[in-house]
Design a protein around this ligand. Structure first.
Ligand SMILES: Cc1cc2nc3c(=O)[nH]c(=O)nc-3n(C[C@H](O)[C@H](O)[C@H](O)COP(=O)(O)OP(=O)(O)OC[C@H]3O[C@@H](n4cnc5c(N)ncnc54)[C@H](O)[C@@H]3O)c2cc1C
Length: 288
């Protein structure tokens, strides 16, 4: 199938994007890498009257940049550029770990980091990484700009808290520093959306204690950051971690039955993968 007819716009500046969204608002869609939007248009799951292609924006950074202790990612930074960047490798290994699970190289060569977050698919890796890292989205419109923290950005499946005239001009992720990280997921084939996945961050605390945060993929309408109670290294190696993850998976996650897996199976995966990711993230701490 081909998309329903639409008017095509190719602005050269961020201000022109603001102007187009101010004029067309809810009738318009931003086109970034097109790896989600184009299939949606082709299948006529959406039929916007206007498509605003931001790929012609001039002077946009094509790689992540370090600004004031924060990794800043502009709207045209492709997955592949972020994955291969030296800055990501040193300042934000979790981002590279998560990107390795996103689709296939051909899709990562075109898809953008900001587009993945704006798309707000709870089955996608980057919204979960963004939630785990407590990132913020810099959002703008002709009315001005504002920051939206990760917990306030994702409303539900494919739904963010952006107003109709707003778009994301960049995402900001705090440098990982001494925190260890890991990503685990289970998909039937590598590159498919996972039946369940989890992003883990481990932070050292005084007295050899560890705080672990987990953000799940495909386990509810939106990714959420869940913190486990402070644990010791021997807790992490033993039953205490398994008990903590089991409790969290039962109390906080909302998996659904679908044709791919039952909610019960997904919850079981969430426990196993959560424990595995938490142990790997805590193990990465020892390398610092
Ligand atoms: C076969 C296949 C397999 C895939 N597998 C995975 C996978 O395993 N994991 C995964 O995470 N993803 C997967 N994807 C999706 C892929 O990662 C997309 O690239 C990504 O979801 C969207 O990024 P994009 O730049 O292509 O955005 P687009 O497709 O251009 O846009 C997606 C949505 O975000 C909006 N948008 C884009 N940029 C902005 C912005 N700056 N401000 C506001 N709104 C914006 C658009 O209007 C649209 O609604 C897969 C895609 C395909 C085709």
């Amino acid at each position: 199938m081909k998309p329903a007819p639409f008017a095509y716009h190719r602005p050269r500046t961020r201000e022109e994007v603001d102007g187009l969204l101010a004029e067309f608002g809810g009738e318009a869609k931003i086109l970034a890498g097109g790896q989600s939007l184009i299939p949606i248009l082709n299948m006529r799951l959406a039929a916007p009257a206007h498509v605003i292609d931001i790929n012609g924006l001039a002077d946009e950074l094509v790689e992540p940049a370090l600004l004031g202790g924060t990794v800043t990612i502009g709207p045209l930074v492709r997955h592949a550029a972020a994955e291969g960047s030296q800055l990501t490798a040193t300042a934000l290994p979790l981002l590279a770990q998560a990107l390795a699970y996103v689709a296939h190289p051909a899709i990562r060569s075109r898809g953008t980091v900001v587009g993945s977050i704006a798309h707000a698919d709870p089955a996608a890796e980057l919204p979960a990484a963004f939630a785990a890292l407590e990132g913020e989205a810099r959002v703008r419109s002709a009315r001005g700009s504002r920051s939206i923290a990760a917990p306030d950005l994702f409303v539900s499946h494919l739904e963010t808290s952006l107003e109709e005239d707003e778009w994301i001009e960049e995402v900001r992720l705090p440098v990982q520093g001494v925190r260890g990280s890991a990503v685990e997921e289970f998909a039937r084939r590598h590159g498919d959306y996972a039946l369940c996945g989890v992003v883990a961050l481990a932070e050292p605390r005084a007295g050899s204690r560890i705080v672990l945060a987990l953000a799940y993929i495909g386990m509810g309408p939106a990714p959420v950051r869940l913190e486990l109670p402070e644990l010791t290294a021997s807790d992490v190696a033993g039953d205490a971690l398994e008990d903590a993850v089991r409790t969290l998976a039962h109390e906080q996650l909302e998996p659904e039955d679908d044709i791919h897996a039952s909610a019960r199976y997904r919850r079981w995966l969430a426990e196993r993968l959560g424990v595995r990711a938490a142990r790997r993230a805590a193990g990465a701490l020892e390398k610092h």
